[in-house]
Design a protein around this ligand. Structure first.
Ligand code: DOR
Ligand code: ZN
Length: 428
């Protein structure tokens, strides 16, 4: 089977080029990349995909999702999450270990990979727990988890409280080619809090989570990375104070990388004013100043990656009092259009936006993809950057509908998603 993607603008996030190029795909691989008009063959077995006016980009790679299987299949399964990912333009996602049981051993890692294989759609890369049972007490077997297919280590959902344990994780992980991803939260400071601690939490009478709860742990991870000379990745950066610490650490040559999620550069704590539990997330939506700092961090390369932190929850956890609701929001089908908003605002160049949605995360995890090259795997996304629509629940393919962006006008959509030469999503 030969596929000819013709007439589009191909984006290479590494050389930062946007060029008018056609792609020829044979089997799972890209066989040729040529200027428009060079490839002319029309034979019955060649499938043509018209991409004029569209962007052809490396398949998006999300290094931070929660797929809820095993254990919470009523919120999401690997199959429903992988399908939502494909619809969002993703060709690969890395799933966090806070399932039930948590992914802290070979059996769970292998189960996730089997379910992903069965589902098809996109590549699913398991991130395994740092500590046994995500309890913070004793490291998991990194070698065994790597052999089973884990691509990274994180206790996401929970901080690693014990600094000595984190130090050892940082020291051992590179030996197995695994990156440590830190959920930065001081649980003594955040305890009882349900939103950002600030003027809005005071006004509406909700207990706050101060930015210091995040930046204290960001600083600890930077300090341990400096001590050990081993890399650490900071998950879901939300606070200006964290951005500043990471900026300085990078200037000092400390091996730290960071991600944020679209809600942290799109929404602020005022979104919580109507006690809408869809806006409850951890870390919380912060102030407009924090939002501005996250955008500067993205523009300056302080924040390397845009991940979704896709966190599905059912009405059982969300249609309750704000204090009792679960933290988290889905994000797989809104990340691309919300990141394109930053391009239209002039915060990011298009090539850099695509980089943060694909290449950057792939590089940190050491997984394939993130670039379209001759001989390379055909994982790609065709984007219609001009398509405008309201984000309504009937578009949501995730099993859970907990998005604070429902009703929002969006621009830009994944029109087609291809994994290994196979079309896994096509917009109707
Ligand atoms: O809001 C969040 N939801 N933050 C986390 O760290 C975990 C996640 C979840 O698993 O629901
Ligand atoms: Zn987290």
């Amino acid at each position: 089977m030969i596929t000819w993607i013709r007439g589009g603008d191909l984006i290479d996030p590494v050389s930062r080029k946007r060029e008018a190029l056609d792609l020829i795909i044979e089997g799972a691989k890209i066989s040729r990349i040529v200027p428009h008009g060079v490839f002319q063959e029309v034979r019955p077995h060649i499938r043509q995909i018209e991409a004029s006016g569209k962007l052809v980009v490396p398949g998006l790679i999300d290094m931070h999702v929660h797929l809820r299987e095993p254990g919470h299949e009523y919120k999401e399964t690997i199959a429903t999450g992988a399908r939502a990912a494909a619809a969002g333009g993703y060709t690969a996602v890395a799933c966090m270990p806070n399932t039930d049981p948590p992914n802290d051993c070979r059996a769970v890692t292998e189960f996730i990979l089997e379910q992903a294989e069965r589902a098809g759609f996109v590549r699913v890369y398991p991130i395994a727990a740092i500590s046994k049972g995500q309890t913070g007490e004793g490291l998991t077997d990194f070698g065994d988890l790597k052999a089973a297919g884990a691509v990274g280590l994180s206790d996401d959902g929970f901080p690693v409280v014990n600094s000595e344990l984190m130090r050892r994780a940082l020291e051992y992980a590179p030996f197995y080619g695994l990156r440590v991803i830190s959920h930065c939260e001081d649980r003594n400071l955040s305890a009882g809090g349900v939103m950002h601690e600030g003027v809005v939490s005071t006004q509406i009478g909700l207990a706050g989570i101060p930015d210091a709860s995040e930046d204290i742990m960001v600083y600890r991870e930077i300090s341990l990375a400096r001590l050990t000379k081993k890399p650490v990745h900071i998950a879901h950066v939300s606070a200006a104070s964290s951005v500043q610490l990471i900026r300085r650490a990078k200037e000092d040559g400390i091996p730290v990388t960071a991600e944020t999620a679209p809600h942290y550069f799109t929404l602020d704590h005022r979104r919580v004013m109507g006690y809408d539990t869809l806006a409850k997330v951890n870390p919380p939506l912060r102030t407009p100043e924090d939002v501005a700092a996250v955008k500067s961090g993205l523009r300056e390369g302080v924040i390397d990656v845009v991940a979704t932190d896709h966190a599905p929850h059912s009405p059982l956890e969300k249609d309750v009092e704000f204090d009792r609701a679960a933290f988290g929001m889905i994000g797989l089908q809104t990340a691309l259009p919300l990141t394109l908003e930053l391009v239209r605002e002039g915060v990011l160049e298009l090539v850099d936006a695509i980089n943060k949605l694909s290449w950057a995360g792939a590089t940190i995890l050491g997984v394939p993809g993130g670039r379209l090259v001759e001989g390379g795997i055909a994982d790609l996304t065709i984007i219609d950057p001009d398509y405008e629509y309201a984000f309504e629940p009937d578009r949501i393919l995730s099993k859970s509908k907990n998005s604070p962006f429902i009703g929002r006008k969006l621009k830009g959509i994944a029109e087609l998603t291809m994994v290994g030469g196979r079309v896994v999503w096509e917009k109707k």
